[in-house]
Design a protein. Structure first.
Length: 160
């Protein structure tokens, strides 16, 4: 079993229900164990205009799946909840990204780990650091909390 971190987000429909359904389906998977779930964070969309705010969270899992098999599983969960293919940069009922997978530094045609925008997105860093404040970037070996300083201006609000 290895540890991995997933990022979940929704900005379409009932966002809380969408994220809760994704977590439920992840919990039901026999290929992983959910170890921690962060709080929900309300965040502004990055790189797009005229969309609702997102709800985001991070999930720590233990899994025996290799990164590509994990990607296949999370994409099947997205489809089950109602995400349509090619909805990148459009409102999304659910988005599940593999953020970290142990100390893996992987780049293939369909998967990059760590997630390529992890270092520049406060809505990713905040929930990750809530779960594990000692996480480090597998590429630069820098603590993720050091990267948070550069993205403080991005609006992220922890939900109560």
């Amino acid at each position: 079993m290895v540890s991995a971190f997933l990022g979940l987000g929704s900005n379409y429909g009932n966002k809380v229900d969408n994220i809760n359904m994704a977590i439920k389906l992840l919990r039901e998977s026999e290929q992983m164990n959910i170890k921690r779930v962060s709080s929900l964070y309300e965040t502004e969309p990055v790189g797009v205009n005229n969309q609702d705010d997102f709800l985001n969270c991070a999930v720590r899992i233990d899994t025996a799946l290799d990164p590509h098999a994990l990607l296949k599983l999370v994409k099947s969960i997205e489809r089950e909840i109602g995400r349509t293919p090619n909805s990148h940069m459009e409102p999304r009922i659910i988005d599940i990204d593999i953020l970290l997978y142990e100390d893996t530094d992987l780049e293939s045609l369909d998967l990059k780990i760590p997630h390529p925008r992890l270092r520049t997105r406060r809505f990713v860093l905040e929930p990750l650091l809530e779960i594990d404040p000692d996480l480090t970037d597998p590429v630069s070996k820098r603590p993720l909390k050091d990267l948070l300083v550069a993205v403080r201006e991005q609006r992220v609000k922890k939900c109560e």
